[in-house]
Write a protein that binds this ligand. Structure first.
Ligand code: SAM
Ligand code: 2KA
Ligand code: SF4
Ligand code: MG
Length: 210
């Protein structure tokens, strides 16, 4: 395929950098405990220093894969699909999500919200980052807000972000993994004092599953 043809397919969201895909249990947030097939797309320039998938950042390292092929495979595994990354909203998610919907699947996204919202989603998990704030459309449509707590300033940031999401959005505080011993007690106290928040843990890491 010519370089220009390939770029056109990428621009239209028909070709996506696929880092990995796996059938597992959603470990985090509202749907924690539910079996789901994960599609992890490469590419992210948000730059969280504690990111647990830095290997995803460089999209060039992940094979460009046709959205059709991704969907055909995913449909074999689960009725619930989680699209994550990297930052999936760096890509046009319209073709991937419409093809997944045509297969009758439930489609969830894990996103920082830092890019334009494309695709149609049954569930949007917004995990905002100070380095590159979400777009208004993602605040408006988010089903859950999942703020990562690395230090005390993240509680201030969490409240600032909670003021921007829609009124039905479910609010979670999730410990940054490497700081969990320090921040879990702080999150517990915070949630008891501010019960509009719930605790989210990365349960897959405790279960030793992907
Ligand atoms: C790897 S990100 C990919 C999706 C998107 N880029 C985002 O940040 O939402 C998936 C989820 O893992 C969270 N996450 C990443 N590194 C983490 C860490 N070290 N501890 C806790 N959560 C982490 C993110 O905040 C996000 O909710
Ligand atoms: N089991 C499991 N649950 C997850 N929830 C969000 C994840 C992600 O990396 O987006 C993730 C992940 O990587 N594994
Ligand atoms: S936005 Fe998500 S993928 Fe990108 S660096 Fe932050 S946690 Fe990692
Ligand atoms: Mg993960």
């Amino acid at each position: 395929m010519k370089k220009s043809e390939k770029q056109e397919l990428i621009d239209h969201g028909l070709l996506l950098p696929l880092m990995e895909e796996f059938y597992t249990i959603q470990g985090e947030g509202f749907h924690k405990g539910t079996a789901a097939y994960f599609i992890r797309l490469g590419g992210c320039d948000v730059g969280c220093h504690w990111c647990d998938v830095k290997e995803s950042w460089n999209a060039e390292l992940h094979p460009p894969t046709m959205a059709d092929a991704i969907v055909e495979n995913a449909a074999k595994y689960s009725k619930t699909i989680v699209v994550t990354g990297g930052e999936p909203l760096m890509w046009n998610m319209d073709p991937l999500t419409s093809k997944l919907k045509a297969e009758g699947l439930q489609i969830h996204i894990e996103t920082s919200g830092a890019y334009e919202l494309t695709g149609t989603w049954d569930w949007i998990c917004l995990s905002p980052k100070k380095l590159k704030l979400p777009t208004q459309a993602v605040y408006d449509k988010a089903d859950e807000l999942k703020v990562i707590v690395y230090n005390k300033d993240d509680f201030r940031f969490a409240e600032e972000q909670a003021a921007k999401v829609n009124k039905d959005c479910i609010l979670f505080l999730q410990p940054e993994w490497s700081k969990r011993d320090k921040v879990v007690p702080e999150i517990v106290d915070y949630v008891m004092a501010n019960p509009k928040w719930k605790v989210s843990l990365q349960t897959h890491k405790y279960l030793n599953i992907p």
